[in-house]
Write a protein that binds this ligand. Structure first.
Ligand code: NIG
Ligand code: FE
Length: 412
């Protein structure tokens, strides 16, 4: 099956580098080809270039992209798409003055979602989650990481991971599973943290490894959640079971989570709303991708990740949604890109790199996703006719996506 996309007004290539991510000043570089073509064969990008060099090949299908842009699909490296119900009441409570912390302390927040999840059947969770997945695919996401973490029991966590696996089997989008049993301490372990950690290590992790239910291990390293020592203990156990760390750090406080992540070779450290100079220094010359979640900052009215300081320091940065019922009930990567430009002063080029190739790196899939490169998956966004790619962040409330291709097929 060969598909030809022709007359592309501008093809946003996204640069492929030897280390499969872009850092610092490189993030400002976004190679594009004006008046371009792209060939898809067997679900992969087979060729692309200027229309002047359009190859004479038989195509099963031709898409005319006159006036439109083509770019790689968004790579959303941090989500909690699998959950039950919603937390709209807490949203209204926050409008009326309560803080996210106060809500969590009264047994709401993550524990509220965990209660709902444990009371909901696996089938129902699958149905709710697949609707969210289809929504983000229509919004241009072509690869997504999904975490557990609303079970907080052996059964609940495994149930979530099975739902993620089933989504991965039933949808063409690339899905990476992360075990986040260490998301919060269940009430019954409030006075016995080690007891819950032992449950994670001795009962849940072996099941995950046996059934290949996750590739990554996550911990919410934060005051009131998991300490740095507890985080290290859990990362260490995860690594023994073959899982690579990717952790929540520095959302509200800088307590050393970044340094712990780096020590255990975390693929990414995510949130980073509160960053010290030492935190930025620590990330230099490491393989760990910093990930910012600006729609979480927006929804909770908390600081934005200091992207400018980090990029000026030479660091890479990825952007993800954090789609979850409590802190970010939105999986819209277009809004994330716009918010990064508007609130974090990232340039459109930096934001697009952060949401594609660097997001792919933060899921360990930059060899196959995140740029227009021959041999990579044909996961593409075709925009509506727009004057330039600046429109993507500029027209922040508009849906500028015309067509989404996943593995070379139109996703309707
Ligand atoms: O990434 N910070 C920790 N976990 C999620 C939110 C969890 C929730 O409120 O349900 C996050 O923001
Ligand atoms: Fe998160």
């Amino acid at each position: 099956m060969t598909t030809l996309i022709i007359n592309i007004k501008e093809l946003l290539q996204v640069r492929e580098t030897a280390i499969a991510k872009v850092s610092g000043a490189e993030m400002a570089i976004l190679p594009t080809i004006k008046n371009a073509f792209l060939v898809i064969k067997d679900h992969l990008i087979a060729d692309f270039g200027s229309m002047d060099n359009l190859p004479q090949i038989p195509a099963d299908k031709t898409i005319d992209a006159s006036g439109k842009m083509v770019l790689p699909s968004w790579c959303d490296s941090h989500t909690h798409i699998v959950y039950a119900g919603n937390r709209e009441q807490e949203f209204v409570d926050r409008i009326n003055g309560m803080t996210y912390e106060e809500i969590a302390n009264r047994g709401g927040g993550i524990l509220n979602s965990a209660k709902k999840l444990n009371e909901t059947t696996e089938e129902e969770i699958y149905n709710q989650s697949k609707a969210r997945l289809e929504e983000v695919m229509r919004l241009g996401t072509g690869a997504v990481e999904i975490k557990s973490g609303y079970g907080l029991t052996v059964n609940g966590e495994l149930k979530m991971l099975r739902v993620i696996k089933r989504l991965a089997q039933n949808y063409p989008i690339t899905i990476k599973a992360t075990f986040l049993g260490a998301h919060a301490f269940p009430l019954e372990f409030k006075g016995n943290h080690q007891g819950y950690i032992n449950l994670i290590i001795n009962e849940i992790l072996p099941e995950i490894a046996k059934n290949k239910l996750a590739e990554f291990i996550d911990v919410f390293c934060e005051t009131g959640y998991f300490t740095v020592d507890e985080t290290q203990q859990i990362m260490e156990a995860g690594i023994k079971f073959g899982l690579k760390p990717k952790i929540h750090v520095n959302q509200f406080n800088s307590i050393g989570g970044i340094q712990a992540g780096i020590k255990y070779n975390a693929l990414s450290v995510d949130h980073l709303e509160v960053m010290t100079t030492e935190d930025i220094e620590a990330l230099k010359n490491t393989k760990t991708m910093p990930v910012a979640l600006p729609s979480c900052s927006y929804f909770l009215s908390i600081p934005y990740t200091p992207a400018r300081e980090m990029i000026t320091a030479g660091l890479p940065l990825a952007l993800a949604t954090d789609y979850n019922p409590g802190s970010t009930p939105s999986g819209n990567m277009n809004l994330v890109v716009a918010t990064a430009c508007i609130k974090m002063k990232m340039t459109p080029e930096e934001a697009i790199n952060a949401a594609t190739i660097n997001g792919a790196y933060a899921m360990g899939i930059s060899a196959t996703h995140g740029s227009i490169t021959i041999g990579k998956k044909a996961n593409l966004i075709i925009t509506k006719p727009i004057p330039s790619y600046y429109q993507l962040p500029y027209a922040f409330g508009s849906n500028l996506i015309d067509t989404v291709l996943i593995e070379g097929e139109i996703f309707a």
